[in-house]
Design a binder for this molecule. Structure first.
Ligand SMILES: [Zn+2]
Length: 273
């Protein structure tokens, strides 16, 4: 009724039955007239209403930028053995590096911050597992615990691989059941991984890994960051830093933004499903 122009109201008044009105033409016209002040008030209050909700309002995402820029300087701290339930392994590692010296830690730090900015812009609450790229650690056990304490709706650990130079492509690492706390989120993590794989392939144009996993998916039970997670979590290995073509892409800030956007889209797809 509110959108009917005066001329149509006049027609309705003449032929009430054709417009679906049950009353007389005069009553319909009178009702429209009496509604108009209230209608104006509604439109006025609509203008003052708060902005529309963002798509990820209420969602918590934990981003784990793999490694840390200071790890190489502190081998004692980094090599300390920690329990990841299926084995003991080093607290953290230095990560890999491109042939020209761009480190995985710098790459994951940059991509993770870009990703955090995008997700916050879409309404999510975002927490990173480290707050700089010149520190040490934290241990992989703590990286998982940060996601658990935040009760993250989704967590992602960002990495890039150091494989033989001819190897190419990205893959997603998804937890397997280990008769441990991660078991209850293995199913959700799988869904998250599939969403991230699809968005990453589409957004970056990088191929599925030529050297690990199947169809860019690798299911593992030896990673502390996954074994100890009680929230849905995956790792993304964005590609091979030892491959010259992929290294060049990773060293390009514009490409890192593409990676971040792709990851944000994958996370959002999962979180809104
Ligand atoms: Zn790594």
């Amino acid at each position: 009724m509110r959108a009917l122009p005066a001329s149509l109201l006049a027609v309705c008044g003449l032929i009430a039955s054709a417009c679906g009105g049950t009353g007389t033409g005069g009553a319909a016209a009178g009702q429209a007239a009496s509604e108009s002040p209230a209608l104006q008030q509604q439109q006025g209050s609509a203008k003052e209403a708060p902005p529309e909700a963002e798509p990820l309002d209420g969602k918590v995402v934990v981003i784990d930028p793999g490694h840390n820029g200071g790890n190489a300087r502190n081998p004692a701290a980094i090599n300390r053995q920690v329990d990841v339930l299926t084995k003991k392994k080093a607290c953290d590692t230095t990560g890999t590096v491109t042939p020209s010296g761009y480190t995985e830690a710098a790459f994951t730090w940059d991509v993770s911050n870009r990703l955090a900015k995008i997700l916050k812009g879409r309404g999510a609450t975002v927490k990173l597992t480290r707050n700089s790229n010149d520190g040490v650690g934290p241990c992989i056990t703590e990286r998982a615990a940060i996601g658990n304490r935040a009760k993250a709706d989704a967590a992602i650990s960002v990495h890039a691989d150091g494989a033989p130079a001819s190897a190419r492509g990205f893959h997603v690492i998804i937890p397997k059941k280990i008769n441990g706390p991660v078991d209850k989120v293995v199913g959700k993590s799988d869904k998250l991984g599939l969403a991230v794989r699809a968005a990453f392939a589409k957004g970056t144009g990088l191929p599925y890994s030529t050297y690990v996993g199947s169809q860019a998916l690798s299911y593992r039970n030896d990673l502390g960051g996954l074994n100890l997670s009680t929230v849905p979590k995956v790792f993304i290995e964005c590609g091979n830093m030892k491959n010259p073509a992929e290294a060049a892409k990773f060293q390009d800030p514009k490409f890192r933004q593409r990676i971040a956007l792709a990851l944000a889209n994958g996370l959002q797809h999962y979180l809104q499903a």
